[in-house]
Design a protein around this ligand. Structure first.
Ligand code: F6R
Length: 605
């Protein structure tokens, strides 16, 4: 989704901002723009382009010198992708430039008032409203002008503002869309995502909702939208610039799938306590007495994180014996849910920014619930809003579709389930059994990754399918859901996912040779039931690709995965299906890292 980068210092700003925008490309966008404060009149020079950052770069003139600037990648909400609708938005006198992430809900109403006062709009965007509000403010300082504007805006925003009359500063404000300051040596950066900053500084300050900041080359200060000074202590981000590089792979998705053994090793590191056969989770903020008092667990997430949450609910229920379920956060927040004081709510999000999840967390907090976060991005909005949580330590995930974060999130849930279980009724023997299983995961993941060539051949065989069915039972069902989502997202092949037990209640009608089925068939107590489903499909001449621990006679092909503990098998069974989706998309020539219509962090409704 939209991205912001800004800089004030001594360096030539345009190349810095363009490089920053490139680092944000992974979030998804349709147009880009840049404004620089130049020594000549008019001071603010702007260039915008529909399309990729390289298109913008080709339009930036040779003489575009300046040491202060802001830039943006836009993901269209109000108004189609076009040069004019791209940010930054300037007023008619070229005094004010604004870049904005988020949505101004009352833009139409504000626009009508401004038009009635004679303001001429040139774009269809909601953002242009903010520009004009700032430009016509009579306040003496830029801070005050911005403050007046944000007071009348309803909705979400992360904004960065430059003003020709205040060339020594950039003013930024945040409400619902991330704004991160990068603190350098006699230079300051601002961005919507640390990815744009880490090549220059790893000292960052994350603004809270309702906070603003003034950046000058050698100084910054933060304050609320009411003007009260706030304290902001820079933190050091652990991710390095190199972790955002492709590292010799052809796509980020391939890189991220390949990194999973190391990523899982990282989420386990330092958390296992062999003495008590349990798990320590430093940031949980949940003492054993409170943990014993939990009567239900409700997990909330979207898309892939929701699927990880479904597996997490199964782990918590089976290992900690607490009733648990997962629900899409996007649905939960609109159904006026009953919030129960004895329920532990867990918000799951790779980015920690997904608006639907954040809004659900805020609603829960408002109603007095206890909310934990299972999040990848340290210091992100959901991590900050939650009462405590577990970081999944997958490292930055750049590809729009999630792979390594899915796996690490499920492992983080397994850790949480052991932790809660050992406080409650999970025996020492079972605690030890699961911990040993967890320790085996990195090597088993590596073993699966080494079968990539075989999976690639299978992908070539199934790539011509117009539609595919994915089935799994109980623990296998979320694996089927996630595998079907991965396939549709990047290959655009239609895919359905069903519990294997539901086949005969309807979807069996779809089975025919042209509709292959991918079946999750673990070697557990449900093996015979799953085999019966394969029989049903075979009897209708359906083709079957099984993911299993042993060869399946009814299947046309079997992808074999190593066996772990029954509870942990879903973690491994998802991985070959990420590779299947990847190679299917590759065979079809898709733009794997940037699938159509999708953005990495969905920070709007
Ligand atoms: C799918 C995918 C999305 C995200 C979803 C939630 O591959 O990446 O479905 O999982 O948009 O994003 P996060 O986890 O950042 O909250």
């Amino acid at each position: 989704m939209c991205g912001i980068v800004g800089y004030i210092g001594k360096r030539d700003v345009a190349p810095l901002l363009l490089e920053g925008l490139q680092r944000l490309e992974y979030r998804g966008y349709d147009s880009a723009g840049i404004v620089v404060n130049t020594p000549k009149s008019p001071a603010l020079k702007v260039v915008k382009a529909k399309g990729r950052v390289r298109e913008l770069e080709s339009r930036v003139p040779k003489r575009f010198a300046g040491t202060t600037g802001i830039a943006h990648t836009r993901w269209a909400t109000h108004g189609a992708p076009s040069d004019i609708n791209s940010h930054p938005h300037l007023d008619a006198d070229n005094n004010v430039a604004v870049v904005h992430n988020g949505i101004v809900d009352n833009a139409d109403e504000l626009r009508a008032k401004l038009v009635a006062d004679g303001i001429v709009f040139i774009s269809e965007t909601d953002t242009e409203v903010i520009t004009h509000l700032i430009a016509r403010s009579q306040a003496d300082t830029l801070e005050e002008k911005v403050r007046e504007a944000v007071k009348v805006i309803e909705g979400t925003y992360g904004i960065a503002v430059m003003h020709a009359d205040f060339p020594d500063r950039i003013v930024v404000a945040r409400n619902g869309s991330p704004v991160v300051l990068g603190i350098g040596e006699k230079e300051m950066f601002v961005a919507s995502d640390v990815a744009a900053l880490v090549a220059h500084t790893r000292q960052i300050v994350t603004l809270n909702d309702g906070e603003m900041a003034t950046l000058k080359a050698d100084d910054f200060r933060t304050y609320t939208t009411s003007g009260a000074t706030t304290t902001a202590t820079p933190e050091t981000v652990e991710w390095e610039a190199a972790s955002y590089d492709m590292g010799g792979h052809d796509t980020y998705m391939h890189k991220e799938i390949s990194e999973q053994a190391d990523a899982v090793d990282r989420v386990l590191r330092g958390r296992i306590d062999d003495r008590f056969n349990t798990v320590h989770l430093g940031g949980l903020n949940l003492d054993p007495r409170e943990a014993r008092g939990i009567r239900r667990v409700k997990i909330l997430g979207c898309g892939t994180s929701y699927h990880a949450g479904m597996i997490g609910a199964g782990l918590i229920e089976s290992l900690a014996r607490i009733p648990a379920d997962a629900e899409p956060a996007s649905e939960f927040r609109y159904r006026n849910p009953v919030v129960d004081p004895d329920t532990l709510y867990i918000a799951v999000s790779q980015s920690g920014e997904t608006y639907d999840v954040l809004a659900a967390v805020q609603e829960l907090k408002r109603k007095g619930a206890r909310v934990l976060g299972v999040v990848n991005v340290v210091g992100s909005a959901i991590a900050r809003e939650a009462d405590g949580g577990v970081y999944v330590h997958a490292g930055p995930e750049v590809c729009v579709v999630s792979t390594k974060c899915f796996t690490n999130t499920v492992v983080a849930f397994a850790l949480l389930a052991v932790h809660l279980g050992r406080i409650r009724d999970l025996s020492v023997t079972d605690g030890k059994r699961i911990i040993e299983g967890l320790r085996k995961l990195p090597a088993q993941i590596q073993e699966i990754l080494e079968t990539e060539e075989d999976i690639k051949k299978l992908a070539a065989e199934y790539a011509e399918a117009k539609s595919m069915m994915f089935i799994g039972r109980v623990r296998g069902y979320p694996v089927a859901l996630e595998a079907s989502l991965k396939l549709k997202e990047i290959s655009y092949i239609h895919a359905e996912a069903y519990p294997a037990s539901e086949l005969k209640h309807g979807p069996l009608a779809l089975i025919e040779p042209a509709m292959p089925t991918v079946a999750i068939v673990p070697d557990d107590d449900l093996l015979e039931k799953n085999r019966a489903a394969l029989e049903e499909i075979k009897a209708r001449s359906g083709r079957i690709l099984a993911v299993a621990h042993r060869e399946q006679e009814k299947a046309d092909h079997t992808i074999l995965v190593p066996k772990n503990e029954d509870e942990l098998d879903p973690i491994l069974m998802g991985i070959p299906l990420q590779l299947l989706a990847y190679h299917t998309a590759l065979a079809l020539g898709r733009d794997i890292d940037k699938p159509r219509n999708l953005a990495k962090s969905v920070t709007v409704e």
